[in-house]
Write a protein that binds this ligand. Structure first.
Ligand SMILES: [Zn+2]
Length: 69
């Protein structure tokens, strides 16, 4: 969906990109880490409501640090 701009569920091309952000006290669409947050970007199909969440590749090492066992 991020790459094709087409909804995999219904085939619509009416895709909305909703950028992740971090607001006051960790509000917003993100994953909280100990001293920072990782933003989560959403892609929403305006036709059927399907949504996908994506995280920037450069943020992944910080998630691995925290969540990898
Ligand atoms: Zn759709």
């Amino acid at each position: 969906m991020k790459n094709t701009n087409t909804c995999p569920k219904c085939g619509s091309r009416d895709i909305l990109k909703i950028p992740g952000y971090t607001g006051a006290y960790g509000s917003g669409n993100n994953i909280p880490l100990t001293f920072s947050t990782v933003k989560v970007h959403r892609y929403l199909c305006c036709n059927c409501g399907f949504s996908e969440e994506w995280i920037n590749v450069e943020d992944i090492p910080r998630l691995e640090n925290k969540f990898k066992r």
